[in-house]
Design a protein around this ligand. Sequence first.
Ligand code: KIV
Length: 280
Amino acid sequence: MRPADLIARKQEGLPITMLTAWDALSAIVVAEAGADVALVGDSLAMTALGYDTTLPITLDEMLHHCRAAGRGLEAWRQEQLRRGTKRPAPLLICDLPFLSYQCNADEAVAAAGRALKEAPAAGVKLEGAEPETLAVIDRMVRSGIPVLGHLGLTPQSVHQLGYRRQASDPVAQERLRRQAEHLEAAGCFALVLEHIPAELATELSGDRRIPVIGIGAGDACDGQVRVTADLLGLTSRQPPFSPPLINGRGLAVEALQQWISAQRSARPATRPAVPAAPHC
Ligand code: KIV
C-alpha cells in the first residue's frame, strides 16, 4: 500500500481503514486484521507509555516505536511469503511529536526525513494548518516525504482546545473548511478529522479530492481511524467517540488469573519438598 493507493481507493469508493500500532506485536495484529494503514500515532505516549497527554513523547521515542512496528510488519510480510499469500502490508505512517515540526522549517523537514530514513515509515502525520505548518508540509512534500494532515481535535493543542468536540459553530466550521483546502493544496495525501460534527466531515469528504479519514466524525468519511488499544478495550480512559469492541483488559486479566491459580493449585505430588537449610 502506498499513499497514492489511498487516493485511488477513494476514487473507487472503497472505505479506508487505519489502526494504530506501537510495537512489533501490535503491528502484526493490525496487518493480520487487514488494515490499510498502520499509524504509529503519538497517542502511544498515553496508551503505551502512561503519560497524561501526547506532549512529552520525543522524536527519538517515536522513531524507536516506529522501528519496532516496522520490524513487526516485515515479520508479517515474511510470514505471508512462507504461506504463499499475497496480502498487501499496511502503509506505515509515523506521527511527528509535539515541537518536532513547530520550531523551524529545517528541523521539521529533518525530523520527517528521519522517520523515513531511520524507521521504515512511508510518510508522516502532523497536526494543524497554521501558515508555518502549511509551509513545512509544502517543503516536506517537495522533498519526497508523504504527509498526512490532522484537523479538528488535535491533541498536541490540548492546553488550548481540551479534548472537546471542535468546529461546533459556523465560524470554526468555515475555518476548518479553509484549513482542509489548504492542506490539500500543500500536498497532503490524506486528512484525519478528529471529533468534529458528522455533517461537516461528510461535506469535506465530498469536497476534497484526498481521502478524509474520520475519528469521532461520523460514519460517512472516506475512511475511519481508531486507536487500536481503545478498540480492544485495553485503555482506562476511553474517548466517548471510540467505544471498545471487546473488554480486552478484562479478558487478559481473567486468562492470566486462571493461569496463576492453576500454578498455585497444581503443585505436583511427585515434586519433593525442599529440605530446610541445615543450621550451621
Ligand atoms: O495519535 C494517534 O493515535 C492519532 C489518531 C487518533 C488519529 O493521531
